[in-house]
Design a protein around this ligand. Structure first.
Ligand code: ADP
Ligand code: ZN
Length: 841
């Protein structure tokens, strides 16, 4: 049994079918993808035993349902824990794989994730596999011998149950189909009765609607025709000869391709087929995420001495074929990506494979095309914007060893690459490596663990390392590598803070743009260069305010203000998607002075369009990103110089490489600083540094202008000076004084529910249990307090924060407290434990 971290209450499962366990047999321990913190044991019937392998998908009964789970251990009667099996142990329905979907290594890594993040193992495994790969299960009924005999007995025809006749004429109908024609409860009742009488039996089969390889008919030569010379004697028409030649050249083709290449008709193909010279067969068709896209030229730069030094160190460790961790701290534009690519090449030369994680979908088209240019078909791409078919095909190419370089977002950390030699985590500080939904794992930290277990080298790269990683480098946990100069010694962009308080004093009202920024945009365009204008928010304006009564318009389900979206004229909750038409009068006092506070990317785009009518302006934010083609098209146009200004949220700050961008303007940075999160300063520092890295990537010098009401803030001061060390020194002191990571481990425990008094009472009970478990006083418990989002989707939320110098101790007391609380009647489903939260908001 999995020693589950937060052993929440196991379900009390009714086990009604009793198949007595034989003296010896084979048992499967199965992790199921439901919110349950234990594995289950099933008996494998002898007909399926040849398929029983670790990591295979398996169909089992669970309560009254059937689920597709995963075999995580195999036992014989003698190795089985007697507590796990009794006479009520159930039988496996079906095993779906002859080649297991999970390698032993992935079983191990998912197990670690499950333990560390207190997430059900089956859910982690499900998240590790391409979506849609686990089919739903259908039940079919067929007659037993007895049933056949009964139906065959004509004299009895009137007394024969109508269902039996139906089953015999329809030949194995599905339970679903029978339910449709007879009514569900009627059908189920009859099936149960007839089953008990031994007249029919049920079988379970995977439903046909799930993702699998796309197949296509193709043509090839038969082995009777393989020697090209033999055709010389046979009389072939010119068209037949062209077909044979085309197939000799390319082995196989689809019929369509063949007909067009050989300029022949279908009848010619049929004649050759009749003569046994060619044949049809089914082949897998690859759905390629980069299909049809042009690849950049691969350039074989001579590495700079700094790059060479860094690569040499990584290469040395790669050759040792043991675990090593590096933090590659390289300013933007210092050539980190080039180092990753060379290191990957070394890994491949050593016969090993490579995995690279990137934080954003937005980055992958650029990166993956670059990798494809270098490594061709050996590259597989994993990210959530791919279609299910594309994801399945990419995953399959990795699983069968055809692809040995994987690039992808967070979940690519579970790609089934074997013989892993190198793991790269680019922009390791990014919070998007953290998955917010269950299972709540961190892709970066999982990558480190995976590298450890695979004996691989892991390289964490960033221009602005997370405080934790830099701390780890200082304490020697990671080897520190640095690239401190930009390629070709291009200067770092000069960054300047614009004090918006002075702008306000001068203009006597709040301004979106300072004169200085507007002038800079104008001058940049006049020189034929490009600008990026950044805002750290989405939507038209962040909230709606009545100037008469001061009321803001709140989401009825969540504790947040609604955001106005001008193009649709609606106000939207960004948590629960509650949307209503934008009000024209105040909902509470009916006043007419509705006022839109704050600026969104849409408004900025509009203001700029009004002001600079001749310039070509486009916008990118999360709304555009959800439309993948549109997003890629805008980036393409911008990179080809067909746009002058790109307006956007933090998306525009990352990764892209536009040599003609010489100005970056940050319209409003203060909202990010004001967030009630201990990482607010770090995030703002990272954002400014990253965005400054977008300016002056090419031959041209760049400038960065940052508008703020807090020009004295240390995060802004150090970011504008591009001074990482300065920021780190100041920030780490705050972390130490306030007792935050990296000095302690952190967990949050959230209690939620529809009833406030209940939520509060449960949270207090948890506090008491935590204090009781915390006997050695090694941990510190804070709260309960209303969570920063005190209401979400109609539920109240209270939160406890637990800090500890010992991670092990922290887990121990939290687990003990949860167990006690659940035993005292608190619903386990109302609790959410988050280990290493990226934000405590
Ligand atoms: P980073 O990932 O650190 O931001 P990149 O690897 O993208 O930097 O490199 C910045 C730019 O410099 C890219 O256009 C890249 O093609 C180019 N570049 C990288 N290494 C070299 C080199 N050794 N010589 C010339 N150009 C290089
Ligand atoms: Zn809401």
């Amino acid at each position: 049994m999995q020693e589950s971290p937060a052993s929440l209450k196991p379900p009390t499962e009714k086990q009604d079918v009793s198949t007595p366990a034989p003296a010896d047999g084979v048992y499967a321990e199965v992790a199921v993808p439901v919110h349950v913190f234990q594995t289950f044991t099933y008996r494998i019937p002898s007909s399926l035993q040849h398929l029983a392998q670790l990591g295979a998908r398996i169909v089992v009964p669970l309560g009254r349902r059937q689920v597709t789970g995963y075999i995580v251990a195999l036992h014989t009667a003698s190795t089985l824990d007697p507590n796990r099996v009794d006479s009520a142990v159930k039988e496996v329905y079906e095993i779906l794989d002859s080649i297991p979907v999970l390698t032993p290594e992935l079983l191990d890594v998912t197990r670690w994730v499950s333990d560390y993040y207190a997430a059900p193992w089956g859910e982690v495994i499900k998240a590790a596999l391409p979506p849609g790969i686990s089919p739903s299960i259908e039940q079919f009924v067929s007659l037993t011998e007895l049933g056949h005999a009964r139906v065959g007995n004509q004299e009895d025809a009137t007394t024969t149950h109508p269902l039996l006749n139906l089953i015999s004429t329809e030949q194995e109908p599905s339970v679903e189909a029978l339910s449709k024609s007879l009514g569900r409860s009627q059908a189920l009742k009859a099936i149960r009765e007839l089953e008990r009488a031994g007249l029919l039996e049920r079988t379970h089969r995977a439903s046909t609607i799930y993702v699998r390889a796309k197949r296509q008919r193709a043509v090839r030569l038969t082995n009777r025709s393989d020697a090209g010379s033999r055709f010389a004697n046979k009389k072939l028409t010119p068209a037949q000869q062209r077909i044979i030649n085309a197939l000799v050249q390319s082995q196989s083709m689809t019929l369509q391709e063949l007909l067009s290449v050989a300029d022949a008709g279908a009848s010619t193909v049929n004649t050759l087929k009749r003569r046994g010279l060619i044949e049809f067969f089914e082949q897998n068709l690859r759905r390629d995420p980069l299909g049809g896209q042009s690849l950049p030229a691969t350039e074989n730069y001579e590495l700079t001495p700094e790059q060479t030094g860094v690569l040499t160190e990584i290469e040395e460790r790669l050759r040792k074929q043991t675990y090593a961790a590096f933090l590659l701290h390289g300013v933007t534009g210092s050539g980190k990506t080039e180092v990753y690519i060379r290191a990957m090449r070394v890994a491949l030369q050593l016969g090993r494979s490579a995995l690279m994680l990137v934080p954003e979908i937005a980055l992958t088209p650029v990166f993956s095309r670059r990798l494809r240019a270098h490594f061709g078909d050996r590259v597989a791409i994993f990210h959530s914007a791919l279609s299910r078919g594309e994801r399945f095909d990419e995953w399959t190419r990795v699983r069968n060893g055809k692809a040995r370089v994987v690039i992808g977002t967070r979940s690519a950390v579970f790609a089934p690459v074997e013989n892993l030699g190198l793991v790269v985590v680019d922009e390791e500080h990014e919070s998007s490596y953290r998955q917010q939904d269950s299972p709540q794992y961190n892709g970066r930290d999982t990558a480190i663990v995976r590298a450890q277990r695979a004996g691989a080298v892991v390289v964490l790269g960033s221009a602005t390392p997370s405080l934790e990683s830099f701390h780890n480098a200082l304490t020697g946990k990671y080897s520190y590598l640095s690239l401190s100069n930009r390629i070709a010694n291009r200067p770092m962009a000069s960054a300047r803070l614009i004090d918006m308080r002075e702008v306000f004093d001068e203009q006597k009202k709040p301004q979106v743009f300072s004169k200085e920024l507007l002038r800079a945009i104008e001058e940049t365009a006049e020189k034929g260069e490009q600008s990026i204008v950044l805002l750290n928010r989405r939507g038209y304006s962040s909230f709606v305010l009545c100037r008469s009564c001061g009321e803001t318009v709140q989401c009825p389900n969540c504790d947040v203000t609604l955001t106005y979206h001008r193009s649709e004229r609606v106000i939207v909750c960004h948590y629960c998607n509650h949307r209503v038409a934008a009000p024209t009068q105040c909902p509470s006092c009916e006043g007419k002075y509705i006022y839109y506070i704050g600026e969104g990317t849409e408004q900025i785009e509009e203001l700029l369009k009004e002001r600079f009518t001749a310039l070509r302006i486009a916008r990118i934010d999360r709304d555009t990103v959800s439309r993948r083609r549109k997003f890629e098209q805008i980036l393409q146009e911008f990179s080809e110089g067909r746009l002058d200004i790109l307006v956007g949220t933090q998306m525009v700050a990352k990764g892209h490489d536009y040599p003609n961008v010489t100005l970056v303007g940050v319209v409003s940075v203060d909202a990010g600083l004001a967030l009630p999160d201990f990482r607010a300063a770090e995030r703002t520092f990272q954002l400014i540094t990253q965005v400054a890295g977008r300016a002056g990537r090419g031959e041209l010098a760049g400038q960065v202008l940052i508008q703020t009401y807090h020009p004295g803030h240390y995060a802004l001061r150090h970011a504008s000076a591009q001074n990482y060390q300065g920021f780190y020194d100041e920030e780490i002191r705050h972390r130490q004084n306030l007792v935050y990571p990296p000095f302690v481990s952190l967990a949050t425990l959230l209690v939620r529910g529809p009833e406030l008094s209940r939520v509060r009472a449960d949270a207090l009970t948890l506090r008491k249990e935590l204090d009781q478990a915390n006997t050695e006083r090694l941990s510190r418990v804070l709260g309960p307090a209303p969570a920063p989002l005190a209401r979400l989707k109609g539920e109240h939320r209270y939160q406890l924060l637990i800090k500890s110098r010992s991670r092990k101790q922290l887990r121990a007391i939290v687990d003990r407290a949860i167990r006690a609380a659940v035993e005292s009647g608190i619903n386990a489903r109302s609790l959410n434990l988050e280990i290493d939260p990226v934000s405590v908001m």
